[in-house]
Design a protein. Sequence first.
Lengths: 278, 225
Amino acid sequence: MYASQFEYHRPTSVQEAVALLSGNPDAKILAGGHSLIPAMKLRLAAPAAIVDIGRIAGLRGIAVNGGATIGAMTSYQDLLDSAELTGLYPVIHETAHVVGDPAVRVRGTLGGSMAHSDPAADFPAVMLALNASVTVEGPNGTRTIAIDDLFVDLLTTSIDADEIITGIVIPAPTGAAVYEKHRHPASGYAVVGVAVALGGSGGTVRIGVTGAGAKATRATAAESALAGQTLTKENIAAASALAAQGIDLNNDVYASGEYRAHLVTVLTKRALTRAAGL
Amino acid sequence: MSVAKVREKAKKLAAHMLEASEDDIVYENGKAFVRGLLGSAKTIQEIALAAHVAYDLPAGMEPFLDETTYYDPPNCTFPFGTHICVVEVDRETGEVVPIRYVAVDDVGNVINPLIVDGQLHGGIAQGLAQALYEGAHYDDDGQLLTGTMNDYAIPKATMVPTYELDRTVTPSPVNPMGAKGAGEAGTIASTPAVANAVIDAVSHLGIRHLDMPLTPERLWRAMQA
């Protein structure tokens, strides 16, 4: 189908974009477009106005300094192309490589993935594991949202309608991090995806799960079971069995809730095993 | 047979163009010439042009080198072959990965090997898709749930192995070219080759049959039982 009628705006600054959003509650931001435009063509989304932020200077780029600051409009391909970022966080390279397909990776943005909170997107799980945070700018200025507070529900974040993400900040790595994904054979989305980041000596592991429920979440029961311990095959198996706890499981023609819970356990186990080098 | 008719007409017209008797005309490698006098040759292009402009044709000859022939073969052709697929089944997730595919087919005389291989490539992918990926699902109200390419899975190039193809050639006796059909050679063998490989992989668990598509969940449930 064709999308329904909309006004098109292309601001040249973040302030202008914010003003457009404030002035039009029915406006949507256009970043890479690979979630918004298909939704509009299916008429699942029908915003009255599109605010194309693609020409705003300074929103795209990767700065590495112990940790990393990634501009919201940085594409998955940009992530793949950054040797510096890959050296610091191989998990980002590994994940960007399995998002969608090359066409999606050239256009899709990290900020877009964070803002959209698709239940089957890959990077929300990874950012949860890496304990990232997101900087947003709105009419009242800038603020930082911790990743644990970002994903609220299906396609819903704690970002206000008149705020835009400007960057994603990732702290210095604490240990090995990996991402395991069971890829849907048609859509390429994560049926289940599990990201794991080890906490360094004595530190807690962080486990991000996507695809299984309405939003990406941390597998807190599994994390607690491993608190303060060195990973072994035994404690990994025991913790992985708890990884799906608390998730209201998705269920569709391709994968039932029961199978998804099983995949969460298997992928958590594989991710922990690989991260621990066992 | 149309080609034979065209050749005969071309020879007749060449004879007329070369002012020779038709019996003295030889047609070889796209040229018609008086036997022994290669230098006199008219190319098929020149003959076709002469037939097309029709300024000077032998009495009773219609313009154009254009023939249609209808042929009723005495029997169907019977292409045959053997396909073998090697798969790996993930014990924990039930995911099936086809890692090798070998196909030896006999489609009689092959006129264009590129096209025949292409038919096999596409057909094998389709049959493999039927075994592992494709499934149209409806809800209780008859609504198609797998209504877009986002839900209905067909394999991408990264999801199929590089095929190893070979041929035997047993010409068909029922047509002058000795050719057999090649359009279904890929599809018919591949679905059972893939499905049988998967069942073979899990047969030690007592599994004898599974409905297609052999999705990971279906395999997982069967392996649990």
